[in-house]
Design a protein around this ligand. Structure first.
Ligand code: ZN
Length: 337
């Protein structure tokens, strides 16, 4: 199997974005997919002008079954991104959570033998539906789809599942999927975010804007920085601006307290905010933010460099966890292969 290195992957993505920008590229013009330096260079044409991807190591949708079979001889691990299809402010792509989660999973997989199996694009996002393009599924549907997908892979010999959630609205669902696999099947599952955190070096990745006392969440500077690094060319920073945030008075009164570090205030604030209009709480994103971002910072200040630092900190910790798990429990120790 021909696989691309981590460095080649990010370089080619940036090169493609640069070519697209320079050429004012559109589907009707400039078939650059097999041009020199593009991922498909050397492939005899004609080629689909929209296709800019090359083979990516361990990315299930691009693999043949013999390649999956060969991987199973080396590894029983699957990374499953859990994402969402929801608005991300004025400049952010609707697929941000799905795209960023999948890219993080792939970056981890380039340094390990784990398979990356994206299952579903939408997640639980009922509180974004007042912005066009957002799609929400019920928690029951999301949980059932991922569990049944895991059952397919368990039948074929995969035994260790690492769920990588990239959308806070899926936190409880992801925990439930992990628990169902552990309670009801021969396989073992963990949440990769929590797993990676066990390996994180103190101070690794620097302080996020949110950690530094600024309110910066959905579609804010942290997430935008990640997008600028992980999916260059998809975020339009030229249209980004700070959101005007409004809350019902009893919640507005909590904001200074949580920013001052009152964890209890933060807990009850988050319990009531980002909820669908059906609840009557007046805390859907449309009701709290005029742009759809939930941050007091300006997304224009986001940088790809900050996104790179945060990404690499996570990837390093996640790879360390996977390597450590392989030592703690070698392949075949729980009934696989
Ligand atoms: Zn997001």
């Amino acid at each position: 199997m021909k696989s691309r290195t981590l460095a080649a992957m990010s370089t080619s993505a940036v090169a493609v974005a640069a070519i697209a920008f320079a050429a004012g590229w559109s589907a009707q013009r400039a078939p650059v997919a097999n041009a020199a330096g593009a991922p498909n260079a050397g492939i005899p044409g004609p080629v689909n002008p929209l296709w800019h991807d090359g083979k990516i190591k361990n990315y299930l949708p691009y693999m043949s079954w013999p390649e999956v079979d060969a991987l199973l001889k080396k590894s029983d691990m699957v990374i499953i991104p859990v994402g969402a299809m929801e608005q991300h402010g004025l400049g952010g792509p609707i697929g941000t959570d799905y795209l960023n989660g999948t890219q993080r999973a792939l970056l981890v997989a380039q340094q390990t033998d784990a398979l990356v199996a994206p299952i579903l694009i939408p997640g639980q996002s009922p509180y974004h539906l007042e912005f066009p393009g957002s799609i929400a599924l019920s928690s029951e549907t999301v949980e059932r789809v991922y569990f049944e997908a895991a059952q397919s892979l368990i039948k074929q010999g995969f035994r260790r599942f690492l769920f990588l959630n990239s959308h806070a609205g899926n936190n409880a669902i992801t925990s439930f999927i992990v628990d169902r696999i552990n309670q009801e099947t021969v396989a073992v599952a963990v949440e990769l975010g929590a797993a990676a955190a066990t390996m994180r070096q103190p101070g690794g990745g620097g302080r996020s804007a949110d950690d530094a006392g600024n309110f910066d969440r959905h579609g804010g500077v942290g997430e935008t920085s990640a997008s600028l690094y992980l999916t260059p060319g998809l975020y339009d920073q030229s249209v980004a601006r700070p959101a005007k945030l409004t809350y019902p008075p009893h919640l507005a009164a909590l904001v200074p307290k949580l920013k001052a570090g009152d964890r209890a205030a933060e807990l009850v604030f988050l319990a009531e905010t980002l909820k669908g209009t059906v609840t009557g709480k007046r805390t859907s994103t449309r009701e709290m933010s005029d742009t759809g971002s939930w941050s007091e910072l300006d997304p224009k200040t986001a940088t790809a460099e900050a996104g790179r630092r945060a990404t690499e900190s996570f990837v390093t910790s996640a790879v360390a966890f996977i390597n450590h798990w392989k030592e703690l429990r070698p392949l075949g120790a729980n009934g696989s292969n």
